[in-house]
Design a binder for this molecule. Structure first.
Ligand code: 13P
Ligand code: SF4
Length: 313
């Protein structure tokens, strides 16, 4: 058991020893804390992490992120041990789409194809035809014949963004991410006025009123690539500020400013992503729990739309 106050270095060493002993792979999302990102084998966006989970030869997957991400890794690997530092770290966007209500919603549009964002439970995935992430949503929807009705769930902002980009209607579930939905253009505009020449980049979970003003819109991975390639030296970033750690690492000469929010809005930090602390990461590997397990029949049903996504993107 860990003694309180164990140093970051000692925790990293212990995690590396355990990784060796267990033949484990550690996956971490860009929104997790830097100490966890620093010890991960792969740090990425939802799609990169799902791909890493799909192709790993490791016996154990340790997933530092939110529940639906580790659950997706478990669905892709029914025979592997999947651990999560804190299995109470859910995604409120995923939770905004309960399966009973979603089944009723689907009944209203029986002829629609169902595309769901990966930020959803295994139950919702099992009710879907294709899964998507923020980095491939546009590409996946663009492959569906234009006369086909589409239900898109649960993020209405990502759905609206894709509808506008492709100039096609979809039936949207009214969910949103509290972190991204709280940005307002009038506040961000003030920040841009204070930093003339800065580029403004945003995640597609932000509202349309924000996205229409962005110089670039993309998943966390795409925002990161853009931040490296742009000649601009100052960037205002509208997504969870955990991503700034990797942006600053890759472009140490640039200035990254988290897009501001109104003081009355909730914080821009995703508190769920921060539950994967280094201490809990180490402890879950020591104890081999909490394990993420998915009922085999449900896992099989949820795997089909995930596989379709991987084939289509
Ligand atoms: P990415 O697809 O960019 O990883 O987004 C995941 C997420 O939870 C964004 O809030
Ligand atoms: Fe869910 Fe939003 Fe946190 Fe992403 S940032 S995990 S969508 S609550």
């Amino acid at each position: 058991m860990l003694s309180p106050g164990t140093s970051v270095q000692a925790l990293h060493e212990r995690v590396r020893e355990l990784r060796e002993e267990m033949n484990a792979m550690i996956l971490a999302h860009y929104y997790t804390v830097p100490e966890v990102q620093n010890v991960a084998d792969v740090v990425g966006d939802s799609l990169a992490l799902a791909r890493a989970a799909e192709s790993t030869g490791a016996d154990v997957i340790v997933f530092a992120g939110v529940y639906f991400m580790a659950e997706t890794a478990a669905i892709l690997n029914p025979d592997k041990l999947v651990l999560m530092p804190d299995n109470r770290a859910g995604c409120p966007l995923a939770d905004s789409c309960p399966v009973d209500e979603f089944r009723e919603f689907k009944k209203l549009h029986p002829d629609a194809l169902v595309i769901t964002y990966i930020n959803s439970s295994a139950d919702i995935k099992a009710e879907s035809d294709i899964v998507c992430t923020s980095s491939n949503a546009e590409r996946i929807v663009s492959q569906i014949p234009s006369d086909r009705k589409i239900i898109f769930a649960p993020d209405r902002n990502l759905g609206t963004y894709v509808m506008k980009k492709l100039n096609r209607e979809m039936i949207l579930w009214e969910g949103c991410c509290y972190v991204h939905d709280a940005y307002r253009w009038e506040i961000i505009r003030e920040s841009l006025e204070e930093h003339p020449g800065a580029k403004f980049i945003a995640h597609p979970e932000c509202r349309d009123e924000v996205l229409v003003h962005a110089d670039f819109v993309g998943s966390t991975g795409a925002l990161l690539d853009y931040s490296e390639k742009t000649p601009a030296s100052v960037l205002i970033v509208a997504t969870e500020p955990g991503i700034l750690y990797e942006m600053e690492k890759r472009s140490p000469d640039k200035i990254f400013i988290p897009a501001p929010k109104d003081s009355s809005s909730p914080s821009s930090v995703c508190t769920q992503m921060k539950q994967s602390t280094l201490e809990k990461l180490c402890e879950c590997m020591e104890l081999r729990r909490p394990r993420i397990e998915v009922d085999p029949a449900l896992g099989e049903a949820a795997l089909r739309p995930i596989r379709r996504m991987l084939e289509m993107s």
